[in-house]
Design a binder for this molecule. Sequence first.
Ligand code: DQA
Length: 148
Amino acid sequence: MSRLVYILNGPNLNLLGKRQPHIYGHETLADVERDCRALATELGLELRFHQSNREYEIIDWIHEARDIACGLAINPAAFTHTSVAVLDALNTFDHPVIEVHISNVHKREEFRHRSFVSLRADGVIAGCGTLGYQLALRRIAQLAQPTA
Ligand code: DQA
């Protein structure tokens, strides 16, 4: 069974640490990736970690993950609230999907309360800061356990 997990990040998350730190904190995406890699090793998972500002790249990575990954965590960033295309791509992925938001989107502007991705996600983590990525990995490891 595959132990490969994808973690995907949407637009503007390349600026994590510099971008609105009062909302998103001071950690960079490289810090997040480093911590996720350490945890993945501990959990016996392999990791592919990507970020893009382009919707089609996120979709292509979801397609790539379809045949090889046992789970996927995604912070779709602003695409969360706009992208039927990302939702459609996730609907082609047959393994656990965890949606991650660093901030508590429900405490923010009303347009952030709607998530297309939540229609597919098996779990949603919001407002736990960058720790949310590690919580998502732990949940995927749990869901991806062989049942036999
Ligand atoms: C975000 C929340 C989104 O509303 C926003 O567009 C982001 C980041 C978060 O991680 O809290 O870019 O997904």
